[in-house]
Design a protein around this ligand. Structure first.
Ligand SMILES: N[C@@H](CCC(=O)N[C@@H](CS)C(=O)NCC(=O)O)C(=O)O
Length: 363
């Protein structure tokens, strides 16, 4: 049998107050279908964002390498950089982002109510979230998969299998695909685990370090990040099984039924991938605009045949994205390489290199 218990820890009220609304109490509802205040389907989020002068971008703030609040208060990570990329496209200024820190369980309400214009918070695209919750999903920015992490001193190795956690206290955060995946798998394998959920992943790793949790589980990238940041000296944390137990395609989420806004978010992501296809870096954005990398990059950078104005942006919107935030590879190198996440040979490689990253053509 799988038992589930929840801890009532919440983020400081000040963080949430920035939303200027009361977000739902959390629980473990993966679908987040408690909100019914979907934005007017006729509204233009782009017009609202331009009038406001900043992009409200939902992030975690506690997800190492994805969106992690630095000592100086700035936000670092691949998700944070995609917030900046959208701001660069909309305003020509990557700094015009208001980062809104959200727990996993809070995030969907924030999208549904329009408290954030876009959510970049290691969020998995699932059928229930896409169809039932009043949200739309953009292109995957990181193909992930769920794994577990235990202590080598408890006998876990990188070759360990999930049935080895029989009898263990397994911890994760509430409101995630993670908790439903592991509960379902434990039942299928016929093993007994005590599944304990916390509001925030800081609580999960703290409880792992203190010994309350025998094993923790989340997206593999999150485990790699936490291991890099928090593994105590003299202890070895082991990630297993080698093949993840689930598919976790992570990417942007935005309020549904605003086609223009969806196009903008989607093509910001594609622009970083197309630049990557041509090997164009931020330092080469001017050369790309001048034609050194061919006609598709000229269009994308705002030159002849540009298509950005058709989606309500300035012609040089994606030039601003690439010159200030960079290509997908540069975003990867800045955020994911330092914690040891390798792109080569993974699903996150370009399609030309055996991966799944396949942006549509800019024409
Ligand atoms: N991808 C999964 C899990 C997302 C998730 O919450 N991941 C953890 C581990 S990387 C996290 O973001 N922790 C940071 C936090 O709780 O703020 C989902 O969409 O449900």
């Amino acid at each position: 049998m799988t038992t589930i218990s929840g801890f009532g820890w919440r983020r400081p009220a000040a963080t949430i107050a920035a939303l200027a609304l009361v977000l739902s109490a959390c629980g473990s509802d993966d679908n987040g279908d408690s909100a019914d205040a979907a934005p007017d389907s006729g509204s233009s989020i782009l017009a609202d964002v331009l009038a406001r002068g900043t992009l409200n971008c939902g992030v975690s703030g506690a997800a190492v390498a994805f969106s992690f609040t630095q000592a100086d208060g700035s936000m670092a990570g691949i998700d944070a950089d995609y917030c900046r990329a959208v701001a660069a496209a909309v305003f020509g200024d990557a700094s015009k982002v208001e980062f809104v820190s959200l727990t996993a369980a809070e995030r969907f309400t924030a999208v549904q109510t329009g408290a954030v214009d876009v959510l970049m918070r290691n969020t998995t695209w699932t059928q229930s979230r896409d169809s039932e919750v009043g949200m739309d999903f953009g292109p995957t920015t990181y193909f992930d998969g769920q794994q577990l992490m235990g202590r080598a001193s408890d006998g876990y190795t990188s070759a360990s299998q999930v049935d080895e956690v029989d009898g263990a206290v397994v911890c994760t955060n509430a409101g995630t695909t993670t908790e439903t995946n592991i509960a379902e798998l434990a039942a299928e394998l016929g093993i007994n685990i005590t599944l304990t959920t916390f509001e925030d992943y800081d609580q999960v790793t703290d409880s792992f370090i203190s010994g309350v949790c025998d094993v923790i589980t989340t997206d593999g990238s999150g485990l790699v990040g936490r291991k890099a940041a928090q593994e105590p000296a003299g202890e070895t944390w082991v990630i297993f099984p080698a093949t993840p137990i689930s598919k976790e395609p992570l990417g942007p989420v935005y309020p549904q039924n605003d086609s223009q806004w969806a196009d903008i978010i989607n093509w910001v992501v594609y622009a970083t991938l197309i630049a990557d296809e041509y090997g164009v870096t931020s330092a080469q954005a001017d050369a790309a605009k001048s034609g050194n990398f061919g006609a598709e990059m000229v269009r994308l950078m705002g030159g002849e045949g540009e298509l950005q104005t058709k989606m309500g942006l300035e012609a040089d919107a994606f030039y601003n994205v690439i010159s200030s935030v960079g290509s997908y590879q540069e975003i990867w190198d800045r955020n994911l390489t330092p914690v040891g996440l390798a792109r080569e040979g993974s699903a996150n490689a370009l399609w030309t290199e055996g991966g799944l990253m396949y942006p549509p053509p800019a024409r």
